[in-house]
Design a protein. Structure first.
Length: 171
């Protein structure tokens, strides 16, 4: 009987602890960002390339119409070394344009059968002018110096990306 009670206590504690979990942790420029008051959207698209697949995952954090933070994880999956090398080099070249731009964090991870590009952009803190100098103002999600969540979602939808609001558990 005592074993059943302890098991029940452990299950309840596990549910309680997982239920109290907040938004996914966001690290920007080496510091944790409090996203508790932001709406969290998860956006995704999967596809294929010659001799491989792609998985595109995006986490958006917004307040009202303002896109505060964008986390992207773009993963290429292939057993073909040449394809992985091609994408790894391409990601590294793209990321090089943003070197030294604070609050634009990048990482390229090479695995046995994957290459992953991770980017976190903290639009609340980044130097928007420098970002626009790199990316160009035309066709950008920046409007009057502010990143707009609807512009990002509209742009992503054109490429088959779907988004949903992430409901956070709370007690």
């Amino acid at each position: 009987m005592k074993t059943k009670i302890w098991f029940l206590v452990l299950v309840v504690m596990a549910l309680f602890l997982s239920g109290c979990e907040q938004n996914e942790e966001v690290i920007s420029n080496g510091k944790k960002v409090n996203t508790n008051k932001m709406v969290h959207y998860h956006c995704a698209r999967n596809g294929s390339i010659d001799d491989g697949d792609i998985s595109l995952q995006y986490e958006l954090y917004a307040t009202g119409e303002v896109l505060n933070i964008l986390k992207s994880e773009e993963k290429v999956i292939s057993a073909n070394e040449e394809i992985l090398t091609e994408y790894e080099e391409a990601y590294r070249k793209i990321h090089a344009h943003y070197e030294g731009l604070e609050y634009y964090d990048t990482e390229v991870i090479r695995g046995d059968t994957t290459v992953t590009s991770k980017i976190t952009i903290n639009y609340d803190k980044i130097n928007i002018q420098k970002l626009l100098e790199i990316e160009g103002a035309e066709g950008n999600i920046i409007e009057n110096g502010v990143a707009k969540v609807d512009k990002w979602k509209e742009f992503a939808k054109k490429f088959g990306t779907s988004c949903k609001t992430v409901e956070e558990d709370s007690f």
